[in-house]
Design a protein around this ligand. Structure first.
Ligand SMILES: [Zn+2]
Length: 174
């Protein structure tokens, strides 16, 4: 009976159909939840490896994976390099394609295969904790970090927006 044979064939391949289904679900879960994190970790490890190999270790000191306490919780910085030339804060991103962004924009854009994706400006991602830790206020007008300035007429100090003259936000020194 053809119907019976069809039934038997179906029952024979059913475990394989289920297996293929299960494997594709596992692959999807891996791609969505674990692959981005894995890529991030590999990117960070690559930067750690390269900075230690390419930079003079007597001049540049790498501090990887820095955790900072901020007013609204904690934040993580991928790499901090301390040197006599300054303190460099590096945020690692493993993105392909074209990256468009300006230091003042809240979002940057990745363009790849005619697709556009937006992500948080990495400069902003690392800015807040530094300001909070140094006791530096942020501008009440635009949210930029403020800098301590001195009035020419009486020598008194005040916080001025670092985006001056574009933004004229000021704050009293407490
Ligand atoms: Zn401002």
């Amino acid at each position: 009976m053809p119907a019976n044979i069809a039934n038997q064939v179906f029952l024979a391949i059913l475990p394989w159909i289920l297996l293929v289904g299960l494997v594709s679900i596992l692959i999807t879960v891996f791609r969505i939840f674990f692959l981005p994190r894995l890529k991030g970790r590999l990117g960070e490890a690559s930067i750690n490896f390269r900075t230690q190999r390419l930079l003079d270790q007597t001049v540049y000191h790498l501090i990887p994976n820095v955790m900072l306490t901020t007013p609204d919780g904690t934040t993580q910085i991928d790499h901090v390099i301390v040197s006599m030339y300054g303190i460099f804060v590096i945020e690692t991103k493993t993105y392909k394609g074209w990256i468009y962004g300006d230091e003042r924009e809240a979002k940057w854009t990745q363009a790849i295969y005619h697709r556009k994706e937006q992500f948080q400006n990495p400069l902003r991602q690392n800015k807040a904790p530094v300001a909070a830790n140094a006791g530096t206020p942020v501008c009440p007008r635009c949210g930029e970090v403020m800098v301590l300035r001195t009035r020419r007429k009486d020598g008194s100090q005040f916080w001025g927006c670092s985006a001056y003259p574009k933004c004229k936000g000021i704050k009293q020194v407490a």
